[in-house]
Ligand binder design. Sequence first.
Ligand SMILES: [Zn+2]
Length: 116
Amino acid sequence: MSDYNWCHNPSCHTIETQSRVRGSGDNKVLRTRKISLSNEYIRDSIHAYFCNQNCLHSFLNKFKDEVANLNPTPKPKETPIKVKKEKYESYRYNWNSNERQPYMATRTTIVSGNNE
Ligand SMILES: [Zn+2]
Protein backbone atom coordinates (compact mmCIF):
# COMPACT_ATOMS: atom_id res chain seq x y z
CA MET A 1 0.00 0.00 0.00
CA SER A 2 1.41 3.37 -0.95
CA ASP A 3 1.52 6.02 1.72
CA TYR A 4 -0.24 8.62 -0.39
CA ASN A 5 -3.04 9.13 -2.94
CA TRP A 6 -3.44 11.70 -5.66
CA CYS A 7 -6.53 13.90 -5.33
CA HIS A 8 -9.36 12.32 -7.35
CA ASN A 9 -10.92 15.60 -8.48
CA PRO A 10 -10.19 15.59 -12.25
CA SER A 11 -9.78 19.39 -12.10
CA CYS A 12 -7.49 19.56 -9.04
CA HIS A 13 -4.49 20.40 -11.26
CA THR A 14 -6.27 23.44 -12.77
CA ILE A 15 -6.80 25.28 -9.47
CA GLU A 16 -4.25 28.07 -9.09
CA THR A 17 -2.63 27.77 -5.66
CA GLN A 18 1.02 27.83 -4.60
CA SER A 19 0.63 24.31 -3.19
CA ARG A 20 0.11 22.94 -6.72
CA VAL A 21 3.05 24.67 -8.44
CA ARG A 22 5.83 22.25 -9.44
CA GLY A 23 8.82 22.39 -11.81
CA SER A 24 11.61 24.88 -12.29
CA GLY A 25 12.36 27.90 -14.44
CA ASP A 26 10.06 28.17 -17.43
CA ASN A 27 8.83 24.60 -17.00
CA LYS A 28 6.35 25.20 -14.20
CA VAL A 29 3.10 23.27 -13.95
CA LEU A 30 0.08 23.05 -11.67
CA ARG A 31 0.03 19.47 -10.40
CA THR A 32 -2.71 17.40 -8.77
CA ARG A 33 -2.23 17.49 -5.01
CA LYS A 34 -0.74 14.50 -3.19
CA ILE A 35 -2.59 13.35 -0.06
CA SER A 36 -0.55 11.84 2.76
CA LEU A 37 -2.13 8.74 4.30
CA SER A 38 0.01 8.80 7.44
CA ASN A 39 -2.92 10.06 9.53
CA GLU A 40 -5.46 7.37 10.52
CA TYR A 41 -8.37 9.83 10.40
CA ILE A 42 -7.49 10.74 6.79
CA ARG A 43 -6.98 7.07 5.79
CA ASP A 44 -10.41 6.08 7.15
CA SER A 45 -12.31 8.97 5.58
CA ILE A 46 -13.28 10.42 2.21
CA HIS A 47 -10.32 12.79 2.63
CA ALA A 48 -8.03 9.92 1.64
CA TYR A 49 -9.14 10.69 -1.93
CA PHE A 50 -9.77 14.43 -2.00
CA CYS A 51 -7.34 17.14 -0.93
CA ASN A 52 -10.08 19.45 0.41
CA GLN A 53 -13.84 20.12 0.48
CA ASN A 54 -13.72 22.06 -2.79
CA CYS A 55 -12.20 19.12 -4.68
CA LEU A 56 -14.60 16.66 -3.02
CA HIS A 57 -17.65 18.69 -4.01
CA SER A 58 -16.35 19.44 -7.52
CA PHE A 59 -16.00 15.68 -8.00
CA LEU A 60 -19.48 14.98 -6.56
CA ASN A 61 -21.06 17.62 -8.81
CA LYS A 62 -19.29 16.35 -11.92
CA PHE A 63 -20.11 12.67 -11.25
CA LYS A 64 -23.38 13.13 -9.34
CA ASP A 65 -25.32 10.61 -11.46
CA GLU A 66 -22.60 7.95 -11.26
CA VAL A 67 -22.31 8.47 -7.50
CA ALA A 68 -26.11 8.22 -7.06
CA ASN A 69 -26.16 5.03 -9.13
CA LEU A 70 -23.69 3.38 -6.75
CA ASN A 71 -26.66 3.04 -4.39
CA PRO A 72 -29.90 3.29 -6.40
CA THR A 73 -32.72 4.46 -4.13
CA PRO A 74 -36.04 4.20 -6.04
CA LYS A 75 -38.12 4.26 -2.85
CA PRO A 76 -37.68 5.40 0.73
CA LYS A 77 -36.46 3.02 3.43
CA GLU A 78 -38.07 2.81 6.85
CA THR A 79 -36.81 2.09 10.35
CA PRO A 80 -39.39 0.68 12.81
CA ILE A 81 -39.52 2.80 15.96
CA LYS A 82 -41.45 3.11 19.20
CA VAL A 83 -42.73 6.55 20.09
CA LYS A 84 -43.65 7.92 23.50
CA LYS A 85 -46.14 10.80 23.64
CA GLU A 86 -46.47 12.73 26.85
CA LYS A 87 -48.40 15.78 27.84
CA TYR A 88 -46.74 18.48 29.86
CA GLU A 89 -47.58 21.95 31.00
CA SER A 90 -46.00 24.71 28.99
CA TYR A 91 -46.58 28.39 28.49
CA ARG A 92 -47.34 30.66 25.61
CA TYR A 93 -47.39 34.41 25.53
CA ASN A 94 -50.67 36.18 25.02
CA TRP A 95 -49.92 39.50 23.34
CA ASN A 96 -53.38 40.89 24.05
CA SER A 97 -53.22 40.47 27.82
CA ASN A 98 -49.38 40.67 27.96
CA GLU A 99 -49.03 37.59 30.12
CA ARG A 100 -47.84 34.02 29.96
CA GLN A 101 -50.67 31.52 29.83
CA PRO A 102 -50.31 27.85 30.69
CA TYR A 103 -51.47 25.19 28.28
CA MET A 104 -51.03 21.44 27.87
CA ALA A 105 -48.43 20.69 25.20
CA THR A 106 -47.53 17.31 23.73
CA ARG A 107 -43.96 16.03 23.51
CA THR A 108 -43.19 13.14 21.14
CA THR A 109 -40.01 11.15 21.86
CA ILE A 110 -38.50 8.25 19.90
CA VAL A 111 -37.76 5.67 22.62
CA SER A 112 -36.35 2.89 20.43
CA GLY A 113 -35.16 2.68 16.88
CA ASN A 114 -32.40 1.21 14.79
CA ASN A 115 -29.65 1.79 17.33
CA GLU A 116 -31.23 0.53 20.54
ZN1 LIG B 1 -7.67 18.33 -5.04
